[in-house]
Write a new protein. Structure first.
Length: 344
């Protein structure tokens, strides 16, 4: 089952394309009473396709949508739009979002793409001979979603959003395994059955395997999104502490030779470890500023980024990796029990 799920996830994560998005814009500042030509650079869009129909561009200010003076499609991924704001025109904020829409790509946008600045000697030059007043325009293209299966285009993440199916489930799996270990540590403390200690011990070994994979995939992701393999982020630091806690569990076991004493101390340590693990992985990052989604006021994937296409692969990925984790642990447990029988 887990092999089928993970095969589905791996194949889908590489074959499903990234959806259309606005990657950049030339001329990001402008002044009043001059017409500016903005060149919009897009990604995976299809503006030149015969089936695309009408292409719309809006300069969004607050809840108001303004039309450009003119619009020219250069190629599939490039549009030039002329826009101006008359002096004295009332605006909700000094920045404009850029919103694009067509029948194939749906609606996509770039937040705070261009900014209105005060007239000065250093202001960018525009065509002041054709000044016009920006007017609100109706929505003529009703399609809001891309007409093809695609992962959402998200600023900063871009193509690396595919790592969602690998990095995040690693921590789900580690958390599931440490909880599994906790359950058998408590059972050992209640009943004194050494077989329960074997279950708890091997579950931690499996959990550390997935914790290491979570740290490695996270470091690679950090390099592509934040520019460094490791940044001073509460969740990254908390994850490292969480893995270190269970590394200390293995070191503690290795330092005790008496089997009964080792099992009892390890089980007690395991009960207290889960509290620290949950504190540094799930609680502390939510109380402080963090670059991770869902922490420190940074919105979670489930609200803004985890669309239906991502869910098609993310949920199977979580189930598949967790099942793989328990399968690995079950093998480790059987090997350890066989070893104990041979030594008996």
């Amino acid at each position: 089952m887990c092999v089928v799920l993970l095969l589905y996830v791996v194949v889908g994560s590489f074959l499903v394309p990234l959806g259309p998005g606005l990657s950049g814009i030339d001329t990001i500042n402008f002044t009043t009473d001059s017409v500016y030509t903005f060149t919009l650079h897009c990604y995976h869009s299809h503006f030149k396709s015969p089936e695309v129909g009408k292409v719309q561009v809006w300069f969004k200010n607050g809840n108001d949508y303004y039309c450009p003076k003119s619009l020219a499609v250069v190629d599939d991924n490039t549009i030039q739009a002329q826009f101006s704001v008359a002096k004295g025109q009332k605006l909700n904020q000094p920045t404009f979002d850029l919103v694009l829409n067509d029948h194939i790509d749906g609606t996509f946008a770039l937040r705070d793409a261009v900014a209105l600045v005060q007239n000065s000697d250093n202001a960018p030059a525009g065509d002041s001979t054709t000044t016009y007043t920006a007017k609100q325009c109706p929505v003529e293209v009703q399609n809001n979603k891309a007409a093809f299966l695609a992962f959402p285009y998200r600023e900063i993440l871009y193509e690396s959003i595919r790592n969602t199916f690998f990095h995040v489930p690693m921590w789900f799996t580690m958390t599931a395994l440490v909880l599994f270990s906790l359950y058998f540590s408590i059972k050992y403390l209640r009943k004194g059955n050494l077989e329960h200690d074997v279950y708890a011990h091997q579950a931690i070994v499996g959990a550390l395997l997935f914790g290491a994979c979570g740290l490695m995939t996270g470091s690679v992701w950090a390099r592509y999104t934040w520019g460094q393999f490791w940044v001073n982020d509460p969740k990254l630091n908390g994850a490292a502490i969480g893995v270190s806690i269970y590394l200390a569990y293995l070191i503690l076991r290795g330092a005790i030779t008496d089997e009964i004493k080792r099992a009892r101390i390890a089980a007690t340590y395991n009960v207290f470890s889960i509290v620290i693990f949950m504190l540094f992985i799930f609680i502390m990052p939510r109380l402080t500023d963090s670059l991770h989604p869902g922490n420190g006021g940074n919105p979670a994937f489930s609200k803004y980024d985890l669309d239906n296409t991502l869910r098609m692969f993310f949920y199977p990925a979580v189930i598949g990796w967790v099942l793989l984790g328990f399968w690995i642990v079950s093998i480790l447990i059987r090997l350890q029990l066989i070893k104990h029988k041979q030594e008996a």
